[in-house]
Design a protein. Structure first.
Length: 174
């Protein structure tokens, strides 16, 4: 006559004779018109994913952009973009470097593209190098540049240049 404990199971209802604390009392307050209190575990629930930041067709941005979320560009950007997912719309023109986990190009990019997954659709126009882990190029896409596969394409290599430069000479103490 042993049964699995359902104390930690939020969907389980206490059965008669069980030692689980009765949580049916708060539901009786629903008849008074006030909502039932939220369970304690709701605060630790994952937040819903935020919608992408959208740069509309009538917007021109001059300068660099950085986001940990998603960006959808329909306008013009003159500068570098760092994001989780970058979608370049059909009307968009980006002049600068793109660094993102996922890059989908429907419009025009003039500059280097770095991404774990890079996809050029049939309307894409890219003038620059692509450094990727995986790439997909649809028929009809226009691409001028080189393609290089790397295991870590998001590493911009800035640390390598510093390591290759000789250290400055110390000035002797007088």
């Amino acid at each position: 006559m042993f049964s699995k404990s359902k104390i930690n199971d939020p969907s389980a209802k206490p059965t008669e004779g069980s030692d689980a604390p009765a949580k049916s009392a708060p539901t009786s307050s629903s008849t008074s018109g006030s909502p039932a209190p939220k369970p304690e575990f709701a605060a630790s629930a994952p937040r819903p994913k935020a919608p992408p930041s959208l740069l509309s067709t009538d917007l021109t941005v001059t300068g660099n952009m950085k986001s940990t979320g998603d960006i959808q560009v329909e306008g013009n950007v003159e500068g570098d973009i760092h994001a989780h997912l970058l979608t370049v719309g059909e009307t968009a023109v980006i002049k600068g470097e793109i660094v993102a986990d996922d890059v989908v190009v429907n419009g025009r990019v003039i500059g280097r593209v770095r991404g774990l997954k890079v996809r050029l659709t049939s309307t894409a126009r890219v003038e620059g190098d692509i450094i990727h882990k995986t790439i997909a190029i649809e028929s009809g896409a226009h691409f001028e540049g080189s393609v290089q596969r790397q295991d870590d394409p998001l590493n911009t290599g800035k640390g390598k240049g510093v390591a290759q430069q000789p250290a400055p000479a110390e000035t002797p103490k007088a």
